[in-house]
Ligand binder design. Structure first.
Ligand code: NAD
Length: 454
């Protein structure tokens, strides 16, 4: 399998793809070693993942360079991602003992009742390419902490990063038989679904997630899905700094070229601040530099998957055909590499793909609304449910809206944000289950109730 640099279209590595036989062998190793890993003290497992975190920091320049080479994200953003992963591993390792140790629920002279958090066993971590470190550590770090063995399949668009992760975990003292990397695309993912694993943890698109959920159902094991979104924000008329909010939310829409699960994908703006907001928003987008992701100061790098350029073109064409107005961008940039002009569309409606389907690229639709009720109705009009944000001076105005929305994360005066201390979860087509927080640590366990009498 060739890995391509999306910024240059050059081959950066040729990797050996797994086969059914090699996957079965990896599974055998994982299965035979998992119980032993579960017997290693929690304290020692935590220490190994702390060493992994230190190795991430130590090797950051090399890791960031690989990440940029295979995903096309600006080097600065690749470095930010690794720092973000480090802080997640810190939270998870610092809190593992509190949430994974046995809990005494009731105790008196004659009995004790305990919940013991046992590992699931051998789990699959089938992962996405857009933030391979972040979405990876959400799964394999708590899984390993809880005593599981992990079959990790990085995306075919971030496979070199996946191999780095495997190497660093080994260097940190995680036994080789406990963490195995599977290389390949969707076909290898499908083969993993056939193995008798004890849990499936997937990050990726709704389409693949639905397929995996259906395939895994008959196994009756946990299956968690972290999927895409069509995340809305609403800019109310009582924001004070319209320009600053426009700039911050443009970043929420366009960071990582809009290729974030929680990118802002739809913007609703109160009519009283609409003109000022849109003007500042477009000015910010046009001010950011686009180009070679290794050049300092570049904000827009390449689009990771060349084939996705057609999806972006189709969304723009559909919107324009239905009456949208293009304020900036709109086209594929000709030449070597996969580049798309950052694109702002107004006069959009919910009949257009750009307001309904995940764009996952540097495209945004902005819509004028007259009041909170209209904004809420439009925000609710989606099949997804990952995040939503409200910008308002008063929390009392924003919070009731956020509480009504069927989303996993609600943002007041912020967006495109993940905290390791809070559950990361999607609803509806955005997924099932949660990673991060205490829930994310326990997601890789099965609780046993111990009734101890005497
Ligand atoms: P994808 O669904 O194309 O692929 C994800 C993974 O699944 C890859 O490793 C791929 O090889 C594998 N795969 C593909 N077909 C498969 C099959 N039939 N059976 C088993 N495995 C299969 O998604 P992607 O393009 O890698 O990622 C982008 C998507 O991920 C976006 O929709 C984005 O919003 C979503 N995402 C969600 C989160 C979240 O936390 N909710 C985080 C990051 C990305």
């Amino acid at each position: 399998m060739n890995s391509i640099n999306p910024a240059t279209e050059e081959i950066i590595a040729t990797l050996t793809v797994d086969s059914t036989e090699s996957l079965e062998e990896k599974y055998r190793q994982l299965k035979s070693a998992q119980k032993q890993w579960a017997r290693v003290s929690l304290h020692e497992r935590i220490a190994a993942l702390v060493r992994f975190k230190n190795l991430l920091l130590q090797e950051q320049p090399v890791l960031a360079a690989t990440l940029t080479a295979e995903t096309g994200k600006p080097l600065q953003q690749a470095n930010n991602e690794i720092k973000g992963a480090v802080s997640r591993v810190e939270w998870l390792t610092e809190n593992a003992a509190s949430y994974l140790s046995d809990e005494i629920m009731r105790q008196n002279a004659s009995f004790t009742e305990i919940i013991s958090y046992e590992p699931l066993g051998v789990i699959a971590n089938i992962s996405a390419w857009n933030y391979p470190y972040l979405v990876g550590v959400n799964v394999f770090v708590p899984a390993l902490l809880a005593g599981n063995a992990v079959l990790y399949k990085p995306s075919e668009f971030a496979a070199n990063t996946g191999l780095h992760i495997g190497r660093l975990l080994l260097g940190a003292g995680i036994p080789e038989a406990i963490f195995q990397v599977a290389i390949g695309g969707g076909d290898i993912g499908k083969e993993i679904l056939k193995l008798p694993l004890n849990g499936y943890f997937f990050t990726g698109s709704y389409r693949t997630g639905k397929y995996i959920y259906e395939q895994v159902a008959a196994k009756m094991v946990p299956c968690q899905l972290e999927l895409g979104g069509k995340d809305p924000i609403y800019i109310t008329d009582d924001i004070k700094e319209v320009k600053a909010v426009a700039e911050a939310t443009a970043d929420g829409a366009f960071y990582n070229n809009g290729q974030s699960c929680c990118s802002v994908e739809r913007i609703y703006v109160h009519e009283k601040v609409y003109d000022e907001y849109v003007e500042a928003f477009v000015a910010q987008v046009e001010a950011w530099k686009l180009g070679d992701p290794t050049t300092e100061g570049v904000y827009f790098g390449a689009i990771t998957r060349g084939a996705h350029l057609q999806v972006l073109e189709a969304q723009v064409a559909d919107a324009l055909a239905k009456g949208a107005r293009l304020l900036t961008g709109g086209k594929v940039i000709e030449g070597k590499g996969y580049y798309f002009e950052p694109t702002v569309l107004v006069d959009v409606t919910h009949d257009m793909l750009v307001m309904r389907e995940e764009s996952f690229g540097p495209i945004i639709g902005i819509m004028k609304v007259k009041d909170d009720a209209e904004a809420l109705a439009l925000m609710e009009d989606t099949a997804y449910g990952l995040t939503a944000g409200v910008y308002a001076d008063r929390q009392e105005r924003a919070l009731p809206i956020l509480k009504q929305l069927n989303v996993g994360s609600g943002y007041w005066n912020c967006c495109d944000r993940v905290s390791p201390a809070l559950p990361w979860s999607g609803r509806q087509h955005s997924g099932i289950g949660a990673t991060l927080s205490h829930q994310g640590l326990r997601a890789f366990t099965k609780p046993k109730g111990l009734h101890l009498v005497g």
